[in-house]
Each structure stands twice: as C-alpha cells, then as structure tokens.
Design a binder for this molecule. Structure first.
Ligand SMILES: Nc1ncnc2c1ncn2[C@@H]1O[C@H](COP(=O)(O)OP(=O)(O)OP(=O)(O)O)[C@@H](O)[C@H]1O
Ligand SMILES: [Mg+2]
Length: 244
C-alpha cells in the first residue's frame, strides 16, 4: 500500500459562537497520491472547515493531521510549501493587476524564474490577456481563474480547492475542469475539492467523500455510489443522502 498524502485521525472542530457547533466530528480518512477526491455535502456539512484545518488556518479541537507523512502541527511550513489552495471566495488586492498579484505570491512561495512561471499559470488558466487590467475590473469567474493560477504557481503536490468553479459559466467551468485534470496528470498532483455541481464531481472525482454534520456518511467512486444507492445520477444520490 502506498503512503497516504493526507492521513487524518479523529479530526474534530467545535465552534463556540453563542452556541456550540460540532462542524467536523471525529473524522478519519486517507487520501493517496494522484487521487482526485470530491468532498460533497449539504451547506454547513463541514467541508470548508475541514479544508481550513488541512491548510493550518484553523486549529483542530481534537485529532491529528498528517500530510506527506509529516504532522501538520509540527511541520506546517514544509507541508505548505508543497500545498496550495483556491476558493471562489478568496480575494486578492483589487487595485493591483493579475500579473502583479501573482508576482507577490511568486515571491511569497520563493518561485524560481517567476516571470515564466506566472506567464505559464496565466496562460494555462486562459487569462493571459487580462494580465495588465486591474483585478477590480475582472468578473467573478475571471477572478476564480486568477485564484487557480495562483494555486498552481508553486507546483503543489497537493491542491485543496473549495468550490473552484462556483462562479464560472458552464463553458469556462468545463474548460477549467479539463485544465485541472491535465495539470493533475502532468504533475501527478493530488486534489481534494468541494463542489455543489454533481456533473462536475462525476467527471472529476476518482472518489467521493460525502460529509454530513461533520461525519463521512458515504464514500466511493461516483459509479459505486450510484449503484450503492440505486440511483441513475449523483444528483439523486445527493438528495437521497441529504434528506435522510
Ligand atoms: N468561524 C466560525 N464560527 C462559528 N461557526 C462556524 C464558523 N465557521 C463555520 N461554522 C459552522 O460550522 C459548520 C460547518 O460550516 P462549513 O463552512 O465548514 O460548511 P460547508 O460544508 O463548507 O458548507 P457550504 O456548502 O455552505 O460551503 C456550520 O454550521 C457553520 O455555521
Ligand atoms: Mg464551504
């Protein structure tokens, strides 16, 4: 058995914000090299909370996270240098151009030959033509692609994506999925991502983790889940799980 890229055990996050919320509830799972894993679940299931813990921006209440065989609480810097993320809802400085924004990240990441790398990332995400506009002037779908360009700048081994295509039109979302799959194949990247688009998950994910109230309630390939729940589409599987 290969070593897992991500190994979490008993991972738990409680928020105390007026009332107590158990956002992630004693989760344990492993993700292996080169896998594309879709994290599904209804609003509030704990998907973003889980991703934030994997990025070390939220501290777990309990449990452990190992990434690349290292403990995240002890080796955060080493792990994050080979990880990246993108979310439809993250923001970059709006008065800078896309090129300038990526330049800042390239420096933060210590990217070698950064000009070429930025050009590669912007061209890959098909927003090279927008490089000298101000970020403020971009549409939300264009900003999502800029976030993805940022996310591939440091050639991450592990990419965590929170609703990466949420604000994209169907055409751009489809292109983006192909681009991500292409990069994943070229660089043997491992991807964990969330989405509410079941067609997307069907085309992207090797494996699905279905989260509900912070627990995994179903798991398997899209095809395996469809046959397990005897449904024709993943959308129907989602509705069935979410409503029971
Ligand atoms: N900073 C916070 N303070 C208090 N409660 C929080 C905080 N962040 C998340 N929660 C709660 O934790 C639960 C899980 O939220 P989370 O954002 O992880 O869900 P999600 O699965 O990403 O949902 P969505 O599909 O809507 O993005 C929710 O009940 C939410 O209200
Ligand atoms: Mg979320």
């Amino acid at each position: 058995m290969p070593e897992p890229i991500i190994k979490i055990k008993g991972l738990t996050k409680k928020f105390r914000d007026g009332q107590e919320t158990l956002a992630v509830d004693h989760l344990s799972f492993e993700i292996y090299s080169g896998e594309i894993v879709g994290l599904l679940g209804p609003n509030g299931a704990g998907k973003t909370t889980l991703i934030h813990m994997l990025l070390g921006v939220l501290l777990p209440t309990e449990g452990s996270i190992e990434i690349f065989g290292m403990d995240l609480s002890r080796s955060r810097e080493a792990i994050l240098s080979e990880t990246n993320f993108s979310s439809a809802y993250t923001m970059m400085p709006m008065s800078l151009t896309p090129f300038q924004n990526l330049n800042i990240f390239a420096r933060l990441y210590g990217v070698q030959q950064s000009r070429q790398k930025i050009e590669w990332a912007l061209k890959k995400m098909e927003i090279w033509d927008l490089r000298d506009r101000t970020t403020r002037g971009l549409s939300s779908g264009q900003i999502s692609r800029l976030n993805l360009a940022k996310a591939i700048l440091n050639d991450p081994k592990l990419l965590l994506l929170d609703e990466p295509t949420a604000s994209m039109d169907p055409d751009i979302a489809d292109k983006t999925r192909h681009i991500l799959k292409e990069i994943q194949r070229e660089r043997q990247m491992t991807i964990l991502y969330t989405s509410h688009n079941m067609v997307e998950v069907e085309t992207m994910a090797d494996r699905i983790l279905f989260l509900q109230k912070g627990k995994i309630v179903a798991e398997g390939s899209p095809q395996a889940l469809r046959s397990q729940f005897q449904k024709g589409t993943l959308e129907e599987v989602f509705l069935k799980i979410a409503r029971t």
